[in-house]
Write a protein that binds this ligand. Sequence first.
Ligand SMILES: Cc1ncc(COP(=O)(O)O)c(C=O)c1O
Length: 450
Amino acid sequence: MNTKTELQGKANRHLWMQAKGWADMTAAGEPMIIESANGISVTDIEGNTWLDVNGGYSSVNIGYGRKDMADIVKNQMLQLSYYPEQTTTFPNALLAEKLAEITPGTLSRVWPVSGGSEANEIAIRMARAYHVRRGDKGRYKIISRYGSYHGATSGVAWLGRPASLGLDQYEPGPLGMIYASQPNPYSCSFGGKSPSECAILCAQDIENLIIQNDPDTIAAIIGEPITSSLGAVVPGEQYWLIVREICDRYGILLIDDEVVCGFGRTGKMFGIEHFGVTPDIMTLAKGLGSSYVPIGAVIATTQIADAFAGKENIFYAALTAGGHPVSTASALANINIIEQEGLVEASAVKGRYFINRLNNLAVKHPIVGDVRGMGLLVAIELDSKFTIDDKELGDWLVNTFKDNGLLLRTLGSRVIQMSPPLCITEAEIDIIVDALDSTLTKLSSYLSKV
Ligand SMILES: Cc1ncc(COP(=O)(O)O)c(C=O)c1O
């Protein structure tokens, strides 16, 4: 049997963990070794239990530890663990049909992949190839918004140029990356005084960039309906409508990254539904399978897919794990659970409760500059007048949350985003908000010492 210290030793000697350094972890007696999980709670090897406030990577939508999911995975493995080239399977066909049914508009053709980065890579290739197939050959540029995150692989890492990826080390990036501003009403780059003013100014920024960069060379615009990478940034309600209209006017495709926002996270099945817009291509992962097994998907409208129909017109982007039947079977079961247990509606209701409680916290703690979000994608941003922008503060917050029973990472030092499993109870939300309350009280005395 491996003890905690032995496992930490093995991890620190051989494992290359995400966003953590082995030297720091060795010095701090880390990493934490999680052994089991249920609902929104996780338990470590010594039996200590925490609330996993962000449910994995904002990905465990139905909650941890469901036996029905384990049964589906086991049965699928026993019946058909994989499949021969150029064939498909029951769960692949059924999942494709299900996604076509629940996504908006004419989104109807599904390309299964194994995660969100792959989904966005494929979506971009699909968008570029779509234009070429129609004889519109010069369109290769992609517009994303600064600070967005769309994945870690070599192409999509450049979308949004997120600070966390340290892209300076990988220059030169791909050609044709254009960056627009985030429609963040709390800190609008163009001085918009209301969500609506900010939405209009930021949509205008996109149109200006299109004009400056030769409209006929732009293939697509990609964005999350609500930007999770900057902490649940909700644009003013006109933003996506105007962006959709701009896309149509210039023949540019709209790629909707629903990797985080999808499957009930924001209180609707898909985040874009809050804005009454249908994208040309939608990318899915995380909540699609609730992280029981890896899965992602790209879904395109009939119009996009039709450009790839017919002889000698096939879209080549095969991925061995794309459409793995165990993944697609588990995604189907996951979507059934979301629907049967009313988790989309639960996300809307619990999200309102969460936001109300956070708003009360903001009244009590002037250090809270902004409370925002939709459904169970919520965030608070600390006011830069009172805080310092350094890693130490971020680490202090993470450690203080841990002392209060929460596993909760910050985005930089000032944004605290929460995206728990959609099965969270009000009592669990109370525990999180009470822990935030005591952390914010301690924060004032911490800041007076640094
Ligand atoms: C909005 C968004 N898109 C894409 C990705 C990439 O997904 P994956 O980590 O599954 O490759 C992420 C991951 O965090 C994400 O937040």
